[in-house]
Design a protein around this ligand. Structure first.
Ligand code: 13P
Ligand code: SF4
Length: 322
């Protein structure tokens, strides 16, 4: 049934001014129609802008939820409103579907920081030590690893292996933050998220001074000294759940910008303080290129057939544990 755009606007009125909404509605209406015609669903990451997240997405969530849901999609077409590794993961888990990404340049500084050749060198240096790859990696890196993890299950995955030592890559800070919570020795790689590495402990100290009673939630891709200043650290979904559960009067999400807009739209009683670090890759996805991708059925995500089975195995091992 076509969605009433006035009803839809009520969901986002807190974060999208009426004049801006008027500019979005032609694309939203066209996308809703194209989804029916193409038998398509849109999976959107929590960092997508609110007109995408609340306006056209069928399934939203963190990387773990998007992977799980991609596997269950029954529609013919999946449009991944997120970055390239997320679209690859969806294709790995549901290979018979047409998976489209609206802009192939939507990359990730973490995924770009490591190659299969780097993993081969690490395996030589640490023989027999299992390699845990963050999902923020290419299919080739997943294929060269033993198991994947996300920010939502990293500790569980590391401990599930029953070994004293693991290599966890490519996010150095996520590895250090997990190492602080487990007895397993974690060998890290020097990759960083260009959004989360910019936060500093002083920024949080300043925010607390300026906003008494502030609750600080941080993503574990932040440096450990930033996480140490937070009241809670967790995946994007865990941060959103925290706000829903604890209903803080005033909160700051130490993560990508759009996340605060999306969560603020759902929790009108909470005051959101919004320092803004944008992910330029996530922001490559727009309503207009989602519309265009459904019109042209471009660009389809294709994975080297030789990588599919080993990369999928790493993701499936993760899903079996979590
Ligand atoms: P999660 O949504 O899995 O916490 O990941 C954050 C992220 O940076 C994805 O690019
Ligand atoms: Fe990659 Fe960081 Fe952007 Fe997520 S926020 S896609 S980890 S660069």
């Amino acid at each position: 049934m076509p969605l009433d755009l006035t009803d839809l606007y009520r969901r986002v009125a807190r974060v999208i001014p009426p004049a801006e909404w008027a500019l979005f509605t032609p694309d939203i209406a066209a996308i809703q129609k194209l989804k029916r015609e193409r038998n398509a669903v849109i999976l959107a990451h929590n960092y997508q802008t609110p007109e995408i997240f609340h306006g056209v997405a069928d399934i939203v969530g963190d990387s773990l939820a998007l992977a799980r849901e991609a596997m269950r999609v029954d529609a013919d077409v999946i449009v991944l409103a997120g970055v390239h590794f997320m679209a690859e993961t969806a294709k790995l888990l549901n290979p018979s579907k047409t998976v489209l990404i609206p802009d192939t340049r939507a990359g990730c500084s973490l995924a770009d920081s490591i190659t299969p050749a780097d993993i081969a060198l690490l395996r030589q240096r640490y023989p027999g030590v299992p390699v845990v790859a963050y999902v923020n990696t290419s299919a080739a890196v997943k294929a060269a690893s033993d198991i994947c993890c996300t920010s939502g299950n990293a500790k569980k995955i590391v401990e599930s292996l029953g070994v004293p030592e693991v290599i966890m890559l490519p996010d150095e800070y996520l590895a250090q933050n997990i190492a602080a919570q487990t007895k397993v020795k974690v060998i890290s790689w020097a990759g960083h998220c260009e959004v989360h590495e910019r936060f500093t402990p002083q920024e949080i100290i300043n925010l607390r001074a300026a906003h008494p009673g502030l609750i600080v939630l941080a993503h574990p891709e932040c440096p450990p000294d930033v996480v140490a200043q937070a009241d809670f650290a967790g995946s994007t979904a865990a941060m959103s759940d925290y706000v829903g559960r604890e209903k803080p009067a005033r909160v700051v999400l130490i993560t990508e910008c759009s996340m605060s807009d999306n969560v603020a739209a759902m929790h009108p009683a909470t005051d959101f303080i919004r320092p803004c670090n944008l992910c330029p890759h996530m922001k490559r996805i727009t309503l207009s290129n989602i519309r265009e991708c459904l019109e042209t059925m471009q660009t389809e995500v294709v994975i080297d057939p030789a990588l599919i089975a080993p990369a999928r195995l790493s993701v499936e091992r993760m899903l079996a544990v979590s």
